[in-house]
Design a protein around this ligand. Structure first.
Ligand SMILES: [Zn+2]
Length: 134
């Protein structure tokens, strides 16, 4: 979907039925002067995160997926008080939330340092049920 108003529309993937997602491109942010690269990068990052919910749901259910690997309350998806802020440097877990009251990254750090963690790549491979033939 494309959001043409300047209001940020929220992408989502409850992944109750496999991939049950809506990925929203925030075109309306152009009206607020946002650079197109920022809008494109945000779309890629958010889409990757939302797709990741299907993997987490498949391997760990609601608590892992909606709970963002323990960083949010599973039902309301609000950040727990115990959740740390974004790291000063280093990798940012694509599938976790961080407490932005403790530390918020700039847009380039969030885009450049967010990755699918090794455990989640392994979960993706495992959930694909590949069978190896020798
Ligand atoms: Zn999420």
């Amino acid at each position: 979907m494309i959001e043409n108003s300047p209001d940020y529309a929220r992408s989502m993937n409850p992944s109750i039925l496999g991939i049950d997602a809506s990925f929203i491109y925030q075109k309306g942010l152009l009206k607020l002067g946002a650079p197109i690269k920022l809008i494109d990068d945000d779309f890629k990052l958010v889409s990757a995160h939302e797709f990741g919910h299907s993997v987490l749901m498949y391997v760990g259910g609601i608590s892992l997926s909606w709970g963002h690997k323990g960083s949010t309350n599973a039902l309301l998806q609000n950040v727990k008080s115990s959740t740390p802020g974004y790291p000063e440097k280093g990798k940012i877990d694509l599938m976790k939330y961080y407490n932005t009251n403790k530390r918020e990254p700039d847009a380039s750090q969030r885009v450049n340092d967010s990755i699918a963690m090794e455990i989640d790549i392994k979960r993706l491979i495992w959930s694909s049920e590949i069978s190896w033939k020798i």
